[in-house]
Design a protein around this ligand. Sequence first.
Ligand code: NDP
Length: 246
Amino acid sequence: MMAFSGKAALVTGGTRGIGAAIVRHLAKGGADVAFTYANSGDKAATLVGELKTLGRRAVAIQADNGDPDAVRGAVDRAASELGRLDILVNNAGIFPSGPFEKVTLEELDRTLAIHVRGVFVASQAALAHMPQGGRIISIGSCFAQRVPYGGVTLYSMSKSALIGLTKGLAREVGERGITVNVIDPGSTDTDMNPATGPAVAAELALMSLKHYAQPEDIAATVGHLAGASGRFITGTSIAVDGGFSA
Ligand code: NDP
C-alpha cells in the first residue's frame, strides 16, 4: 500500500514551485489532491490532467489566499469533491522585499492576509473536516529562524507568525491525533527565487551546503510529516535550509 492511499489533501498555491512538487509527491504516494492557485489557470489544468493519469482524483480551485471567503470556500469544496480531507498544506506565498521604512500599509496588509490570515482561516476550515490522524503542515521560511540582512522584515515577520500558530494549534488538536507543523525552507529553485538569480552567490555564502534546494527536497519533508512516519512530530518547526540557520 502506498503512503497516502485513501487520503485526501489540499495544498494552497499548488501550480508552481514548491507547491506543485508537494502536489505531485502526495499524488504519487496515493493521495487524492486538491490545490489552489491565484492566476495560473493553464498550469492548474495541466497539473490536474497529470494527476488524473496517475489515477488520482484532482481538483484545481482558483482562490486568493488573501481572501478569507475564498479560502474557506476552497477548503469546503476540496473536502466535498474528494469526499474527505486528511492533509492541509499551507504553501501559498509571495516575497515582499525592500527597506522597512518604504513598506506601505497595503503591502503590510496584503502580506499578512496571504501568509497569516489565510493560513489561520484554512486551518480553521480544514479542522471541521479532518478526522483522527489529520495533518496540518505550513510552509514558513528560514527567515523565521535567522535574518542575516535587511530588506526582508515584513516577510520574516509574516513567516515567524506561523511558528506561534503551529505551537498553539498543536496543543488544541493533539487529543484528536492531529499534528501541526511548519517547515522552514531555505533557498529553493523556483520562480520566486531562481537558482540563476543575481543574489545566488550571496545566498550560498550563508549556507553550509553550496547549492539551492530543489522543490522536491521540501516536498519530501512534507511527505515525511504527512505520512505515518510523522505521527509523533507536532508543534515544531523543521528547517530544510542547507544549513542556513546552523
Ligand atoms: P512560487 O512563486 O514559485 O509559487 C507560488 C505559488 O503560490 C504559485 O502556485 C502561486 O499561484 C501561489 N500563490 C501566490 N500567491 C497566491 C495567492 N494570493 N493565493 C493563492 N495562491 C497564491 O513560490 P515558491 O514555490 O518558491 O514558494 C512557495 C512557498 O515557499 C511560499 O510560501 C514561500 O514563501 C516559501 N518559501 C520559498 C523559498 C524559496 O527559496 N523559493 C524559501 C522559503 C520559503 P499562481 O501560479 O496562480 O500565481
